[in-house]
Design a protein around this ligand. Structure first.
Ligand SMILES: [Zn+2]
Ligand SMILES: [Zn+2]
Length: 422
C-alpha cells in the first residue's frame, strides 16, 4: 500500500480563529493541530467542533498555544483523545478554565524541552518556541509517511522573542512539503511596531505624566507585561498588577527571567489587592492563595496608591472599586488602551477610556499586533520554501498582496492527499 498523508483544515481556511487542522496517515492514525473556539461564538454556545471532524475514530490533539481560538473547544473533544501542549501553555489553559468556572480536569501531556522531536504514534513532532502575544507558543513540525509539514500556529517577528523566528528564517527546516501558515494581518494596516518601540513610547509617557498611568492590557500577554515593567523601571515607577496578573506571573515566570512578584530582582513589582479580586479567587476555592498574596510585602492597596505615581493594570470591571477606594482618574493621569482597537467600544460611557476622558485624563492607544506583518509573512514563507503553502487564520488569502511560494487553497473540511515531494 502506498503510504500517504492527508491534510484537512476543518476550520480556518477562510476565517480568523477557531482553527482545527487534521493530519491523517493511510493507516488511520490522526493528529489534530488545535481545536479552537471561533472568536464570534456566543460565550455559552456548545456543539462548535467542526462537523467534518470524525469524533468516533481515535486521535491525538496538540494545542499550539493558549489562546482560546486555538484550544477553546477542549471540553468538546472526546475524553479518550490524548491532549498535548507546552507545559506553561497547559498551565494557562487550566488557569483560564477555572476562571470561567469550568476547571479543566483532563490530563495534558506536555513537552519540557523545545526544538526536540517527540513521537506520537507514527508522527514525529518537533515544537519550535515562537514569538507571539501568548507565552509558550509554538510552531509545530510534523513528520510522517515521508512528508514534512510545518504549522506556524500564530506568530510574529516584532515581539520580545523575535530572534526565535529570525533564526528560523536564517536557517529554516529543510525539505518542507507543506507550510500551513497564519495570515491574520494580510490586507490590514494594523500598526506593527516592535515591543521595544512600544516600551520607549510607554517610558516617554510615564516620564511626562504627573499622576498614574493606568493601562488596560491582557495579563496573559507577557511580552506586554515585560514592556510595561521595563517602562516603569525606566521612569522610576512601580508596576502594579492585580491578583489575576500575579497568578499568571507565578505560573509562567519561574525559570524564565520574567518579572515575578516577590523575586528580589523585581522589587518594583506590586500586586493590588481588591475585594473583587479576592471574590474571584474565592469562587475558585482559592481564598487561601489570595489571602497569602495580601500578606506579602509586595501587596498594595488602592489607598496606598492614591497620590503616588505608578503604572497600574486596569480593567473596566475594576473601575467602581478603584473609585470607592480613592483611586479615581484625574487630569494628572493617563489611561492607555493596550489591546487590539476592535476591543474598545468608543460609544460606551462605562469604559475606562470614557471615564478617563470625562475626568480630563490623557487617553492613548498604544499597542502592537500579536501577529506577523504581511511583509514578515512573505519573508517567512519564502525562506521556508515549501512545495505548497496552505493558508489558514486569515481573511485576505485570495489577494494576499505579498510574494508567496505556490499556494494550495483548501476549503474547510476538504481532505487533500499531500503529494510526494517532486
Ligand atoms: Zn489565533
Ligand atoms: Zn494566538
Amino acid at each position: 500500500m502506498r503510504l500517504t498523508l492527508t491534510l484537512t483544515v476543518h476550520r480556518g481556511t477562510r476565517n480568523i480563529g477557531g482553527s482545527c487542522i487534521e493530519l491523517a496517515t493511510s493507516a488511520g492514525d490522526r493528529l489534530i493541530l488545535d481545536a479552537g473556539r471561533p472568536l464570534d461564538a456566543p460565550r455559552d454556545a456548545r456543539g462548535l467542533l467542526p462537523k467534518t471532524l470524525d469524533r468516533m475514530a481515535p486521535a491525538h490533539v496538540i494545542f499550539s498555544h493558549a489562546h482560546m481560538d486555538h484550544w477553546g473547544l477542549v471540553d468538546e473533544l472526546p475524553g479518550h483523545w490524548p491532549l498535548w501542549a507546552g507545559n506553561k501553555a497547559a498551565e494557562l489553559m487550566r488557569l483560564t478554565s477555572s476562571l470561567f468556572g469550568m476547571p479543566l480536569t483532563r490530563d495534558i501531556w506536555t513537552w519540557q524541552s523545545r526544538d526536540r522531536g517527540f513521537r506520537i504514534g507514527p508522527f514525529l513532532v518537533t515544537p519550535f518556541l515562537t514569538d507571539h502575544s501568548a507565552p509558550d507558543a509554538y510552531m509545530l513540525l510534523v513528520e510522517a509517511e515521508g512528508r514534512r509539514i510545518l504549522y506556524t500556529g500564530d506568530f510574529r517577528c516584532h515581539g520580545r522573542k523575535a530572534s526565535l523566528v529570525e533564526t528560523m528564517i536564517a536557517r529554516p527546516p529543510a525539505d518542507i512539503d507543506v507550510l500551513i501558515i497564519e495570515g491574520t494581518n494580510l490586507g490590514t494596516s494594523k500598526p506593527v511596531i516592535s515591543e521595544t518601540a512600544l516600551e520607549n513610547d510607554f517610558t516617554a509617557l510615564a516620564r511626562e505624566v504627573p499622576g498614574h498611568v493606568f493601562v488596560n492590557w491582557s495579563a496573559q500577554n507577557l511580552d506586554r507585561t515585560v514592556t510595561l515593567f521595563r517602562a516603569a523601571r525606566r521612569s522610576g515607577r512601580q508596576l502594579v498588577v492585580d491578583l489575576y496578573g500575579a497568578d499568571v506571573l507565578e505560573r509562567i515566570a519561574p525559570g524564565t527571567g520574567l518579572p515575578c512578584p516577590g523575586d528580589p530582582h523585581f522589587p518594583d513589582l506590586r500586586v493590588l489587592i481588591t475585594g473583587a479580586g479576592k471574590r474571584l479567587y474565592a469562587r475558585q476555592g482559592r481564598s487561601d492563595w489570595a489571602d497569602a498574596q495580601a500578606r506579602q510585602p509586595y501587596a498594595t492597596s488602592r489607598r496606598r496608591l492614591a497620590g503616588r505615581r505608578a503604572i497600574v493594570m486596569t480593567r473596566d470591571s475594576m473601575l467602581g472599586e478603584f473609585a470607592r477606594g480613592g483611586l479615581n482618574f484625574t487630569d494628572r493621569d493617563a489611561y492607555v488602551f493596550s489591546n487590539w482597537k476592535g476591543y474598545l467600544d468608543e460609544n460606551s460611557t462605562s469604559t475606562g477610556w470614557a471615564r478617563a476622558q470625562a475626568a480630563c485624563a490623557r487617553t492613548m492607544h498604544l499597542h502592537t499586533s500579536g501577529h506577523a506583518s504581511p511583509a514578515d509573512i512573505s519573508r517567512f514563507a519564502v525562506a521556508v520554501d515549501p512545495q505548497a503553502v496552505v493558508p489558514v487564520h486569515g481573511l485576505s488569502w485570495d489577494v494576499p498582496g505579498v510574494a508567496l511560494p505556490p499556494i494550495k487553497r483548501l476549503a474547510d473540511g476538504e481532505a487533500w492527499v499531500i503529494p510526494a515531494a517532486a
